[in-house]
Ligand binder design. Structure first.
Ligand SMILES: CC(C)(COP(=O)(O)OP(=O)(O)OC[C@H]1O[C@@H](n2cnc3c(N)ncnc32)[C@H](O)[C@@H]1OP(=O)(O)O)[C@@H](O)C(=O)NCCC(=O)NCCS
Length: 173
C-alpha cells in the first residue's frame, strides 16, 4: 500500500537520505547561515501560509523579543523558525516555522519542533507554548497535534491558535 508519506515523497521527488531520527540543531541567525536561510523556498501552494524569510529576518531585527533560528541538518540549513519567549510572560509563541520544499517529508519538521520545544522548555519562566497556523494547513495541524498541541480556536486574523502546556516537576515535592 502506498501511504500518504510515500506519495508525499514521490510528489516532491525527495525522501531519500535523511530519516526521521536525523539529528538536527537550531542555530541563531548570523553571518554563517543568513544567506542559506534567505535561499530557503516553499512550494508555490505553501507561499501564502507564512511570511517569507527575508521579511521575518527584517522583523526580527526590529524586535528584541524575536528569536529567529536556522534549522540545520549536518552542514545544511534546511529550515527556519522564529519564536518569542519574553521574560515576564509565561507563554512562548512560535510564529514562523518552515522546512525548505526540497527537504520536506524527511522528518526534519518533527525533529526541529522537538529541538525547539527542548530549547523553550529550558527557559524556566515558560509554562505554555502557543503556535499559530492557517486552519487549512493540514500538514502543520498534524505536526503540531502529534507534538501534543491542542487547538484553541481562531484569532482575529483567522489563524488557528494551538497550545501545549509543559508539565514541570515541582522542587521539594
Ligand atoms: C509543516 C512543515 C514544517 C513540515 O515539515 P516536514 O519536514 O515536511 O515534516 P516531517 O517530515 O517532519 O513530518 C512530520 C509530520 O508533519 C505532518 N505533515 C507534514 N507534511 C504533511 C502533509 N503534506 N500532509 C499531511 N501531514 C503532513 C505529518 O503528521 C508528519 O508526520 P507523519 O509523516 O508521521 O504523518 C513543512 O511542510 C512546511 O514547511 N510547510 C510550509 C510552511 C508551514 O506550513 N509551516 C507551519 C505553519 S507556520
Amino acid at each position: 500500500m502506498v501511504g500518504r508519506e510515500q506519495s508525499r515523497r514521490d510528489d516532491n521527488g525527495r525522501g531519500s537520505g535523511a530519516g526521521s531520527d536525523s539529528v538536527i540543531r537550531l542555530e541563531p541567525i548570523g553571518a554563517s547561515n543568513r544567506k542559506a536561510v534567505l535561499a530557503l523556498e516553499l512550494s508555490q501552494d505553501q507561499q501564502d501560509l507564512l511570511a517569507d524569510n527575508a521579511s521575518s529576518l527584517k522583523e526580527a531585527a526590529r524586535d528584541d523579543d524575536a528569536r529567529p533560528r536556522a534549522v540545520v541538518a549536518g552542514d545544511h540549513v534546511v529550515g527556519f523558525l522564529m519564536y518569542d519567549a519574553s521574560e515576564g510572560d509565561d507563554e512562548a509563541l512560535i510564529y514562523r516555522f518552515m522546512i525548505d520544499r526540497r527537504s520536506q517529508g524527511r522528518g526534519y519538521g518533527r525533529a526541529a519542533l522537538s529541538a525547539l520545544l527542548e530549547e523553550i522548555r529550558a527557559l524556566a519562566h515558560v509554562r505554555d507554548v502557543l503556535v499559530c497556523y492557517m486552519p487549512e494547513n493540514e500538514g502543520a495541524r498534524r505536526l503540531y497535534h502529534s507534538a501534543g498541541f491542542v487547538d484553541e480556536g481562531a484569532d482575529e486574523d483567522g489563524e488557528m491558535i494551538a497550545r501545549l502546556r509543559f508539565v514541570r516537576q515541582k522542587h521539594g515535592s
